[in-house]
Design a protein. Structure first.
Lengths: 258, 316, 252
């Protein structure tokens, strides 16, 4: 949609905090909190689109600055809700570990996360490639004016795009909650990873992003194991700059017409 | 000519006022004033970078490059501040020059992301390479400037130091903008293809603005850390970069003084919100959003808006 | 030797062939017309010559030197400058400043004198040149007006002035007569002749047939990206293929 939402990491964070608050603090059943997280974050995304991105349609810089404003606000809200102090933990609702072939250990919680993520991606892929709504989204992303001339409602499409993106962010946060440390600044790493993956994979290409995400995750984990997490992120950023120089459209992106 | 004289008198009066001000302020306010003056240099140097229409996210890190350069060579190699400060600018300028090659192949959106990535990579290097950068703790016990018997740990002498350096830098930046180089920079911003058609190498001019802007913010970095006594990676992260953006955008980037206005107004606003420590970022975020939505041309547009409102309708 | 030689230039955008094996040449101090119905590829050809596009295949020689694929500012430094369709100016700058930017090539601005605020002989020669060009184009009395404030005829004159400030040998004019009434057209024609008389070779893309026929010694006609005809205005006027192309295609 031509919008860069710097607050995307914070949307993930809100998803995680929702699960922490409702499940760990108030004992709401886990799956229900996941659904609530999705809904809450989606609503935040829709609000952002309607009141911040839409007035700034012609000025992406303005939209970006507004998203930074939201970033701050969400971080402060998280601090108020959870208080400062050490990161929160959510005890995993799916306890136990799956042991394969005597050596491969996968905690059930992570398995759950993997399965749900794959399912969500498949649904997204189906939506973008097989449904009329999905096609209109891609049309607007390619050429807004042409799409408008075809009768596609830009405002509605943008709402859907942000809504879907936010919903997925909320889902990601909810899935991450039992596996990671929850704090108001956890969005920082998310947004860096998201940028790296999107640019390397190719802006506008879902399969590219998925491939890049998997590759990057493997890359990051291995480099972290041998060197350190920081070196891994630095390398990731350098690779991203390299891609931006050599092929700005990413591995799977379409070449930009002159 | 009259206009010119009025301007010069006005600026001289302003400078005199600022020079005298610290004597009436409490200690922590004197501190605030010093950092405010330094931030004015930061923001005006950023404006030069953005004159060509490219918004970078690496400016805060460039300030850090200058800061670390000056801190390290003055502390580890016993070099005087008066040498290390300009070298800080040179250091930042050199890194900027190197980065021009990868960064200015990209434009607009990609440049934004690319500059962010490059900056973050540099910052992470400060965190990771504990030798020589000191990691997250950074470097402390940075020596103060020395000049005869003046004690630069005291705010008032340092205030004058900062005023002199920043005024000189601002003067130079102003001259650059008004020169033909500045004119060409504007041309590259408004209609790059037209500029190219008469032989302007837009890449070169974008790079020039970036390097000069980085040079001056490097000096600002040196000024900052030789007062604080300590340099650390978190001083130059995305948090500070966002402040710079806010100051420039809220203040307005169409005129030279817009950004200065933004920095002053918002810094004072921020200071007065000190009590609400926890809520500060959120309030800043709210102000940011309000500024973008309701004052898209920045604070600098207020004088002309006022003029419009109060103009007597002559045309029937 | 012709000043400009376009040899078998083909330009493809993905599956679309905008120019197909087009060749023509322009002699020094000529006013050469490049015409054709809408979509014939005239502007595309200009962009290829001036360096904004690179030909997919083919070669472009200027004064015997290949300029194929060189960047726009490089091409400009060699003496080939284009004006743009739809009045491209620096709207926010004054007329004087607009032309001053054009002086870039011949009086390079110096970073250090800018940094230190020194007066500079290059600056002075640039300003003198700007005054000369403004006078030549009849814009001296508008020197302080903003680009955006000018009437149409003056805007077009300013666009040419900016180009002239860079002392081109070859000027590519892209539809300068668009939207003009007969009086403005006549004035612009006089201006164009004046520019040619000062020693500049001109290639003119234009739809206004009166201007084309009245100004050009030689005309190249394109249609659908290919060369349709070449010749003097008399020959072109009576060329049946050209007449068909225009009537069939329904141009202005």
């Amino acid at each position: 949609m031509g919008v860069v939402n710097f607050a995307h990491g914070e949307l993930v964070m809100v998803g995680a905090y929702t699960v922490w608050f409702l499940h760990a603090q108030h004992n709401t059943p886990f799956l229900i909190t996941v659904v609530l997280a999705i809904i809450l974050v989606m609503m935040i995304g829709l609000l952002m689109e309607r009141f911040l991105f839409r007035p700034n349609r012609d000025d992406p810089l303005g939209g970006l600055i507004c998203s930074i404003g939201v970033l701050f606000i969400l971080q402060v809200i998280a601090t108020l809700v959870g208080g400062e102090g050490p990161s929160k933990q959510v005890p995993p609702p799916f306890a136990g570990t799956l042991i394969l072939f005597d050596t491969l250990r996968i905690p059930y919680q992570r398995l759950f996360g993997i399965i749900v993520s794959i399912a969500a991606l498949l649904v997204l892929w189906f939506f973008l490639t097989k449904t009329k709504l999905g096609w209109s989204l891609r049309a607007v992303a390619q050429d807004r004016e042409a799409a408008a001339l075809q009768g596609i409602n830009i405002n509605r499409t943008s709402m859907i795009a942000i809504g879907v993106g936010a919903a997925l962010a909320g889902l990601a946060g909810a899935l991450m909650a039992p596996i990671t440390n929850i704090n108001p600044h956890m969005g920082h790493n998310v947004i860096i990873t998201a940028f790296i993956v999107t640019i390397v994979g190719g802006v506008g290409s879902l399969s590219g992003a998925v491939m890049a995400a998997i590759l990057y995750a493997l890359f990051h984990t291995f480099v972290t194991a041998y060197f350190s997490g920081t070196i891994a992120t630095i390398s990731g950023l350098l690779i991203m700059v390299l891609v931006l120089i050599v092929k700005p459209t990413g591995i799977m992106g379409k070449a930009v017409s002159e | 000519m009259k206009n010119m004289l009025a301007k010069i008198i006005g600026i001289a009066a302003l400078l005199a006022a600022v020079a005298v001000l610290p004597h009436f302020l409490k200690f922590y306010q004197q501190d605030f004033l010093i950092f405010l003056i330094i931030n004015i240099l930061v923001v005006v140097s950023y404006r030069l970078v953005t004159l060509t229409g490219e918004w970078s996210l690496i400016h805060a890190v460039m300030m850090g490059v200058g800061a670390y350069t000056s801190a390290m060579i003055s502390k580890f190699y016993d070099i005087s501040f008066w040498v290390s400060m300009p070298l800080a600018g040179v250091g930042a300028g050199l890194i900027a020059a190197l980065l021009c090659f990868p960064l200015f192949r990209m434009t607009q959106f990609y440049f934004l992301i690319g500059s962010f990535a490059a900056g973050e990579a540099i910052r992470l290097c400060w965190i990771h390479f504990i030798r020589p950068f000191g990691g997250t703790g950074g470097i402390s016990a940075i020596p103060s400037p020395e000049l005869g018997s003046i004690d630069f740990l005291d705010p008032i002498p340092y205030h004058y130091l900062v005023m002199v350096v920043v005024t000189i830098c601002l003067f130079i930046l102003y001259r650059v903008e008004k020169s033909r180089i500045g004119l060409t920079l504007h041309a590259v911003h408004w209609k790059a293809p037209l500029a190219e058609s008469v032989g302007v190498n837009t890449w070169r001019y974008r790079s020039l603005a970036f390097i000069i802007g980085s040079f001056f913010v490097g000096i600002a970095g040196a000024l900052k850390v030789h007062y604080l006594g300590i340099v650390s990676p978190n001083q130059f992260g995305i948090g500070f970069m966002v402040f710079i953006l806010i100051w420039v955008i809220v203040g307005g980037y169409k005129t030279f003084y817009g950004a200065i206005l933004g920095a002053i107004v918002l810094s004072i606003l921020d200071e007065s919100l000190r009590e609400l420590e926890e809520l500060r970022p959120a309030l800043y975020g709210a102000i940011l959003i309000a500024a973008i939505l309701y004052l898209p041309n920045g604070l600098e547009s207020i004088p002309s808006k006022m003029r419009e409102k109060f103009a007597t309708p002559k045309e029937a | 030797m012709a000043l400009l030689e376009v040899n078998n230039v083909t330009k493809r955008f993905g599956g679309l062939t905008a120019l197909d094996q087009v060749s023509f040449s322009v002699n020094e101090n000529e006013i050469h017309g490049l015409i054709g119905p809408n979509g014939a590829g005239k502007s595309t050809m200009f962009k290829n010559i001036a360096g904004f596009y690179s030909p997919t295949t083919g070669d472009i020689l200027f004064s015997g030197q290949s300029i194929t694929g060189k960047s726009p500012n490089r091409v400009a430094s060699l003496g080939v400058v284009r004006t743009f369709q739809e009045t491209t100016l620096f709207q926010e700058l004054s007329v004087f400043q607009n032309v001053l930017v054009g002086c870039h090539l011949n009086a390079r601005a110096n970073v250090f004198s800018a940094l230190l605020g020194l007066a500079n002989s290059k600056n002075q020669s640039a300003e003198r040149k700007t005054h000369k060009v403004l006078e030549f184009m009849g814009l001296s009395n508008r020197a302080d007006q903003l680009g955006a404030e000018l009437p149409l005829g003056s805007q077009r004159a300013l666009a040419i002035a900016i180009a002239l400030a860079s002392e081109p040998r070859l000027l590519l004019m892209d539809e300068p007569f668009a939207g003009m009434n007969p009086e403005e057209t006549q004035h612009m024609m006089d201006m164009t002749r004046k520019v040619r008389e000062s020693g500049v070779t001109i290639v003119l893309v234009e739809h206004d047939m009166k201007a084309v026929m009245g100004l050009c010694e030689n005309i190249t006609v394109l249609n659908f990206g290919t060369l349709l005809a070449q010749g003097t205005p008399e020959e072109i006027r009576h060329n049946t293929k050209v007449i068909e192309a225009y009537l069939g295609g329904g141009s202005h």
